[in-house]
Design a protein around this ligand. Structure first.
Ligand SMILES: [Zn+2]
Length: 193
């Protein structure tokens, strides 16, 4: 899992720092990228990075100030032309967008008035304090921030997974097999018996 900072500036872009966007690259964990905020020209920053737009499957928007969302309609439109290697019909994969009230209207109207017809589906999830996403790997929780308008920080938690007993290393260390050792081996295979 890697964090890639696509923009760390605020208010307006500078030559050195673009406005807000962070890519959470989870290529090993689930072959996906999640974006946090999509400031203006985020798609240009992505072109300069190793992150592919087609891998972006979830977008989390912290708040509705323009330096955090003005790149979203352009990003979604360009993504229309980037078929996923995993979709069976050549279309880009569907995407989920989490964010404050008003975000859905902003995106839908921007796409509507610029006559964009997306080939993929967007699912909008309105953020609220607490758990906003959970699957068997990750939990995402939203925390309200004090910023003058509705604003959230997002916490991404990876769930614990049971490890595997490294039998060969235990034997190398001279540890004698006990009940836990055998139950572990029975789950995996019983060739050590
Ligand atoms: Zn702001």
């Amino acid at each position: 899992m890697e964090l890639e900072f696509l923009g760390t500036g605020a208010g307006q872009p500078s030559k050195q720092r673009n406005v807000s966007s962070i890519a959470l690259r989870m290529l090993n964990e689930r072959n996906e990228v999640w974006l946090f905020d999509v400031g203006e020209a985020t798609q240009h920053q992505l072109l300069r990075s190793n992150t592919r737009s087609r891998k972006v499957r979830k977008i989390f928007i912290t708040h509705m100030h323009g330096d955090h969302i003005f790149g979203l309609p352009g990003f979604l439109t360009s993504r229309n032309f980037q078929a996923s290697e995993t979709s069976d019909n050549g279309r880009p994969t569907d995407i989920e967008i989490f964010g404050p009230r008003g975000l859905k209207n902003f995106v839908i109207n921007a796409l509507k008035y610029s006559q964009v017809r997306l080939q993929y589906h967007i699912k909008f999830i309105t953020a609220a304090p607490g758990k906003i996403f959970e699957d068997d790997q990750f939990v995402v929780k939203a925390y309200p921030m004090n910023h003058g308008i509705e604003d959230y920080a997002y916490r991404v938690e990876e769930k614990s997974t049971a490890g595997q007993l490294q039998v060969e290393r235990l034997l190398d260390l001279g540890l004698k097999p006990g009940p836990i050792f055998w139950s572990s081996q029975n789950r995996r295979n019983d060739h050590f018996r």
